[in-house]
Design a protein around this ligand. Structure first.
Ligand code: SF4
Length: 314
């Protein structure tokens, strides 16, 4: 178990949206390139985004970079030691703040995330729905009581490990669980009924046309705004039916290369990928055009890697 606040911070941010098994290689690569807070603060944001490529939710990488700079500039390169103070930093929510303060600095506070919700709701057969906004407060109180006088760092690490490896979603491995003799869900064989969740509503589907234009071996690319969806990343431009499409795209000779489906948290995007290779340069001035080899040096979201694959296979 690491007591280094920097390592705990990076690993917790990576694991926010990623399973341990998938996240570990990213963590190792990231730590190799940015082994210290100052190395991260000094790096260029584009490089940090490049190392984040494939993990999604890129605002996490932008926040990491910005907070590293804040800590070096305003905190003499030291992490604050309490969850309350850590939560004032960009991108550090209650869970990450408590993980850092308890594991690195021994603050007596329990951490609760989806894994801990699951363990507690099963252990107590607690019917409180974990999708409700009040769930965090509810389970935080239970976790703090459950922890009692135990050392917070050890308690939190055990709960996180238990949730990730034994009391897993779906069918838990109760035979390997140290809490089995007191667990209410095990006693009543109702493990799969907990945690209680809201019924899922189907995600909205959105469609868009993605335009790949090649002229003299160079492709039209654009960089997205720094904030919002895929903030700061590069893409082949795409437009939804409600968007205003630039005039120069009204060419007759488009070929469909294929379709790319990408699932976001709140919607599913269906991209129809269109390709053309006009003999004349049709791009307006200042358009970013990049050769196929150089596209590999840009930070692209996963969906654009799929588009790139279609372009390479054409
Ligand atoms: S006994 Fe089973 S359901 Fe209960 S906490 Fe352990 S793994 Fe989870």
């Amino acid at each position: 178990m690491s007591h280094d606040p920097y390592q705990i911070w990076i690993s917790e941010i990576i694991l926010q949206q990623t399973q341990v098994k998938q996240g570990l290689p990213y963590f190792e690569k990231f730590m190799k390139r940015f082994p210290t807070l100052s190395s991260l603060a000094e790096a260029h944001l584009d490089e940090v985004l490049k190392y984040w490529e494939g993990l999604g939710y890129y605002s996490r990488a932008r926040n990491l970079h910005s907070t590293a700079q804040t800590l070096v500039r305003d905190y003499k390169g030291q992490f604050p030691k309490t969850a309350e103070a850590l939560m004032k930093l960009k991108g550090i929510g209650p869970y990450t703040a408590r993980a850092i303060s308890s594991l690195a600095f021994g603050e007596q506070t329990a951490v609760v995330d989806g894994n801990v919700f699951r363990v507690l709701s099963r252990f107590f057969t607690d019917p409180f729905c974990i999708d409700l906004p009040a769930a965090r407060k509810h389970y935080q109180q239970i976790a703090d009581q459950f922890m009692g006088e135990e050392k917070a760092g050890d308690f939190n690490q055990s709960m996180m490990d238990l949730g990730a490896m034994i009391c897993r979603p779906g069918q838990p491995d109760c035979d390997a669980c140290p809490l089995r003799s007191a667990c209410k869900a095990f006693k009543t064989q109702s493990q799969t009924k907990f945690p209680v969740r809201k019924p899922k509503t189907p995600k909205p589907e959105r469609t868009a046309l993605c335009y790949v234009i090649e002229h003299r071996g160079k492709f039209w690319m654009q960089q997205r705004d720094a904030s919002g969806l895929w903030g700061g990343l590069f893409e082949f431009p795409w437009y939804e039916p409600s968007d205003t499409v630039p005039d120069f795209l009204s060419l007759p000779e488009w070929v469909e290369l294929g379709k790319v489906i990408h699932v976001f948290t709140h919607f599913t995007l269906h991209l129809k990928v269109m390709y053309t290779c006009p003999p004349k340069n049709i791009f307006p001035p200042k358009t970013l055009t990049v050769s196929l080899e150089d596209i590999d040096n840009l930070s692209l979201p996963k969906a654009m890697h799929k588009v790139l694959q279609l372009v390479r296979n054409k």
